[in-house]
Write a protein that binds this ligand. Structure first.
Ligand SMILES: [Cu+2]
Length: 182
């Protein structure tokens, strides 16, 4: 192990992983411990250890949509005058739609829609989105719904949630529109 290794690892993780590194690698591969340690230190060296540590911390950023991703209503504009039931088409760009509870890699690339109806204050973005008459979950990955609304003015806003109904980091949220139901 080169003398640089401890510094590199501390920079990667913020924690000194030296005591755990060989046991972690051995248990993950089930290869003879002494052989593996020699492979790591003599042949592959620091870059592999550093990448393993990076992989271990990667899930922190895994639910982050790309910067250009956005949510929007299709064919329903701010100021629209409509009749109930209202056809609401929920659009997404730069990120995918997948049912709630999705596992595996896909859950980092997609979420499901939530429609916020007459919500003045956005919910806590670090918690699962509430489920009630004003926070509607589309767990099956729906992108189009018929919404019963009373006559008068209503606001609508879209918020994407992950497999556990929590907003992405940062949240993917649409512009809020106001519509009038005749
Ligand atoms: Cu949900």
């Amino acid at each position: 192990m080169s003398r640089l290794a401890p510094r590199v690892m501390r920079r990667v993780s913020g924690i000194d992983h030296r005591p755990q590194q060989s046991s972690m690698i051995v248990s993950a591969t089930s290869i003879d411990g002494e052989l593996m340690r020699r492979v790591i230190t003599e042949i592959i060296g620091v870059p592999l250890v550093a990448s393993l540590l990076l992989l271990a911390t990667a899930p922190l950023a895994a639910h982050t949509p790309p910067k250009h991703a956005r949510l929007f209503f299709i064919g329903l504009d701010d100021g629209s005058v409509v009749e109930s039931p209202v056809r609401v088409r929920m659009g997404i760009e730069g990120f995918g739609i997948t049912p709630a509870g999705t596992t595996g890699k896909r859950r980092h690339q997609a979420g499901h829609h939530h429609l916020l109806v007459d919500v003045d204050q956005l919910p806590d973005m670090s918690q699962p989105i509430p489920a009630d008459a004003q926070h509607l979950h589309y767990d099956n990955g729906e992108t189009e719904v018929l919404l019963q609304l009373s006559p008068g003015r209503h606001t609508l806003q879209l918020l994407l949630g992950d497999e556990d109904h929590e907003p992405q980091e940062p949240p993917l949220i649409s512009k809020k529109i106001t519509i009038t139901v005749r």
